[in-house]
Design a binder for this molecule. Structure first.
Ligand SMILES: [Zn+2]
Length: 849
């Protein structure tokens, strides 16, 4: 018997739930009447509860009722109700009365604190239940397959507002309190239930068909809601068309919560967000900040169908929710703002998945999940970004219309129900009239991905082989032969023409005949494939002749990205890569620059301090021409150009330590201070980071003041992160204790420490702080945040620090769920190995550059 799974002989069908949160005392009282079906005679009912005091449990049918003996099991988070008289098959109502604490751990039913414009502190209460924390708010069958109708009532202070999944049926005074009664929900999983209680303000609704769409925030922030509301309305309409199924609830509220552990949560009809993911001032935000809001809102909306209407049966299928919502987020944002070229930028997400999935310590997208802790470990780049990448690869392979038709069939067939991965394959397979499972199971149920190697054979044929990609030599255990069905799209350039060929590479090798006048071949044309490409030197030379315009931006991105991975894996000498980067001096795509600058930042963390001036010269050599070509902002220019200008400025001013750019940054910043409305947000953001890098004590104090006085979530983050970008150790040492003295929100602390661990100037101080204050950090930071914080150790890229990190994780027995610790340690090991392997050659290269 699985100790974590509930028995299935008793099923809930409806919860009539009443909660009374008291913000002042941070307690809540509750009562729930659950309609249940008993399928087999029993004398015991088992459901989930954690951190609740249950005072009463009564089972009733018509006139007959009996009380239960209540036993709470802490380790399995279950509540066992034992009855003296056996319970025959039939339908019953089970009434439970309970109390709990509004915690400050950002999970279950919790409190969030914020200050108003006058500096006065206020509280609100919010919920975050996914994956397994509904049981901290009320006793329930807290597994996704136990879907039921929820009818909720909140008893709150008369001055407050309450929002839940459905519309308000009734709202009336009871003593000095207010009763808010909500409409019945559709049958749904417990992890999607939500309540928010506080002094909340809403926008006017925008209607999509009959559905009102509103954005909620704490008072004084309503003017930051317009942008999020626009993408919410647009994507809701687009999804109704795409899915061919109407929005499955009666209203859609989007709520910005001052303290929020994740990015957002897709509670049906009451989506909750971290403020930066929903509220934004369109006029002063950078492109990246706007894109984040659009992405997250579109992602959560996509879940209203994929996840909420149709839900995975158990957490092993989480990827069904998340991968699909990530793909649809792209489809929606791409349709909303085609000029953002969202699918090209998706290359950055795909690249992040390729990094983790190239580790020995990776895992398959889907794997068995037993304990709740394992479910939490699934919220990672493999579930979201690898999952989305392989779905996108499939969509391109069978065609977008066929794919959409399969999705429509899947949603219609399984509405209000639960599914397994095989259900999705069968719907897509029916639409595509081919076996989708045969191709996709290899991508979902086995870890890793292939490296496709291409070379020209003598007799005018192109050979493509596959082997698993790995950064480190594969151990015996992981060296089992692995194959994928790889849909490979190849563009052949020959004299005067180009042709596209598609092949499904099943075996170790496939060959293609090359045409007369063959010039070169581009594997992974259009970049949808989830694999890396290695070209034989002669083919690579031919390919580089196509630069800059013969390759699409995503193809150039993949070329650089795969080459950098090859350096880390020891398949390409570092100096060869650095030579390759000289071919991109006139590159104009911001994603290609992101991977180039990212690789330079990684190198900056492994070089010796004495080599830094030479390395800074190399950075300036690679970036200056492009920065000059982008020039100064022009009216009406593309947003991506603005972003590129900011990124190049940042790269030059920080990694390149370019004094001219640092002076320019001071001028941009001064302009922004004098005339904020006229300033270019991407330049302002770059200027803040650059000035911190070059800055002293007075700049630090100024930015700290700006952080405290910020009026938008984006400004707050910008100045907060600037406090990690200084080079002066004493200033960085001042930032660290602020993570634990209440000056920074616990939701932001992991990001601050992670940035410092990635900074060559701050990493040793930050690592010392983490080691010394670990217990306090582990208590203060929400569990999801601790994972992010620990990711920072990848920046500690010296052999001495690596040893110290390994010792610390081992002696303190630090567990983050899943294989996260192993993944971080392996990534650290890969860069340290690269340093050992390439250090001499790099020093020699820099000395002649
Ligand atoms: Zn999601």
């Amino acid at each position: 018997m699985d100790p974590y799974r509930l028995p299935t002989h008793v099923l809930p069908t409806r919860y009539d739930l009443r909660l009374e949160p008291d913000l002042a005392s941070s307690r809540f009282a509750g009562a729930v009447t659950i309609a249940i079906k008993v399928l087999q005679p029993t004398s015991e009912i088992v459901l989930n509860a954690a951190e609740l005091e249950i005072s009463e449990a009564i089972l009733a049918r018509e006139e007959d009722s009996q009380s239960a003996r209540i036993a709470l099991e802490e380790t399995t988070e279950r509540c066992r109700l034992a009855f003296d008289r056996p319970i025959p098959k039939g339908t019953y109502s089970l009434r439970l009365v309970f109390q709990g604490t509004l915690n400050d751990k950002l999970r279950g039913f919790y409190r969030s604190k914020y200050k108003d414009a006058a500096g006065q502190e206020h509280w609100l209460a919010a919920t975050q239940f996914e994956a397994t924390d509904a049981r901290r708010a009320f006793p329930c069958w807290d597994e996704p397959a136990f879907k039921a109708v929820f009818a909720s009532t909140l008893l709150i202070d008369a001055a407050l507002t309450a929002v839940s999944n459905t519309g308000v049926l009734a709202d009336y005074a009871e003593g000095n309190k207010k009763v808010v009664r909500f409409a019945d929900s559709i049958p749904m999983s417990t992890y999607l239930v939500a309540f928010v209680v506080g002094e909340l303000e809403a926008t006017e609704p925008v209607y999509v068909g009959r559905t009102p769409v509103r954005v909620w925030s704490v008072p004084g922030k309503r003017q930051l809601a317009a942008f999020g509301q626009q993408i919410a309305a647009f994507s809701l309409k687009m999804y109704e068309d795409y899915y061919g199924v109407p929005y499955p609830s009666d209203k859609l509220d989007l709520l910005a919560i001052p303290d929020f552990a994740a990015g957002a949560m897709e509670n049906l009809g009451a989506i909750t967000f971290r403020e930066t993911a929903l509220l934004v001032d369109e006029k002063t935000a950078t492109h990246a900040e706007l894109e984040r809001v659009a992405d997250v809102v579109a992602h959560e909306n996509a879940h209203m169908w994929f996840g909420d209407l149709v839900t995975m049966s158990w957490w092993n299928g989480l990827w069904l929710n998340e991968a699909f919502a990530t793909v649809l987020e792209m489809v929606a944002v791409d349709a909303w703002k085609p000029e953002w070229q969202r699918w090209t930028t998706f290359g950055v997400s795909r690249a992040a998945a390729l990094v983790v999935d190239g580790l020995q310590s990776t895992r398959p997208i889907e794997y068995p999940v037993a304990a709740p802790r394992d479910a939490d470990a699934m919220f990672d780049v493999l579930t979201y970004e690898k999952g989305a990448s392989v779905l996108r690869m499939l969509e391109q392979h069978i065609g977008p219309e066929v794919f959409r038709e399969g999705i429509r069939q899947y949603l219609r067939k399984h509405a209000y129900g639960n599914t397994e991965t095989a259900d999705l394959w069968s719907a897509l397979g029916a639409a595509a009239a081919q076996s989708v499972a045969e191709m996709m199971d290899g991508w979902v149920f086995q870890p890793g991905y292939p490296l496709a190697s291409a070379r020209v054979e003598k007799e005018g044929r192109l050979s493509v082989t596959q082997q698993p990609f790995a950064y480190l030599p594969r151990t015996k255990e992981t060296a089992a032969p692995q194959r994928w069905q790889v849909p490979i799209q190849i563009r052949i350039h020959s004299k005067g023409s180009t042709t596209t060929q598609r092949l499904l590479l099943n075996d170790a090798e496939a060959t293609l005949d090359l045409p007369e006048g063959f010039e070169c071949a581009v594997l992974n044309e259009a970049g949808h494939g989830f694999y890396r490409v290695h070209y034989a030197p002669e083919l690579l030379e031919r390919l580089l002749k196509l630069l800059p315009n013969g390759l699409a931006a995503i193809e150039r991105f993949n070329l650089v990205n795969d080459s950098w991975a090859a350096v880390l894996a020891g398949l390409m000498p570092l100096t060869e890569y650095l030579e390759l980067t000289t071919r991109f001096k006139m590159e104009r795509d911001k994603n290609v620059w992101a991977v180039l600058i990212g690789s330079f930042a990684a190198l900056n963390r492994v070089i010796d301090a004495s080599d830094r001036p030479a390395f800074e010269r190399l950075i300036r050599d690679r970036l200056q021409a492009a920065f000059a070509a982008v020039g100064t902002p022009r009216p009406g220019e593309n947003e991506l150009t603005k972003q590129l200008r900011g990124e190049l400025a940042r790269g030059l001013g920080m990694l390149g330590n370019d004094e001219a750019v640092q002076r320019q940054a001071a001028a941009w910043y001064a302009e922004q201070t004098q005339a904020p409305a006229a300033a270019d947000p991407d330049l302002t953001a770059a200027a803040v980071a650059i000035l911190a890098h070059a800055g002293d004590r007075s700049r630090y104090d100024e930015f700290l003041g700006r952080f405290r006085a910020a009026t938008t979530p984006q400004d707050e983050q910008r100045y907060l992160h600037a406090l990690t970008a200084f080079r002066v150790p004493e200033l960085l040492a001042e930032t660290l204790p602020r993570t634990l003295n209440g000056e920074f929100r616990t939701q932001d602390v992991p990001h601050v420490i992670r940035s410092l661990l990635h900074s060559v100037h701050g990493r040793e101080i930050a690592w010392g702080f983490v080691k010394q204050r670990w217990d306090e950090l582990a208590r203060a930071v929400p569990a999801t945040g601790l994972k992010r914080l620990c990711e920072g150790v990848i920046g500690l890229a010296t052999p001495e620090l690596e040893r110290d990190v390994r010792d610390f994780f081992r002696t303190r027995n630090i567990q983050l769920g899943g294989k996260l610790v192993e993944q971080y340690l392996e990534q650290l090991h890969i860069v340290v190995q690269m340093r050992e392997r390439e250090g001499e050659a790099l020093r020699a290269y820099l000395s002649v550059t």
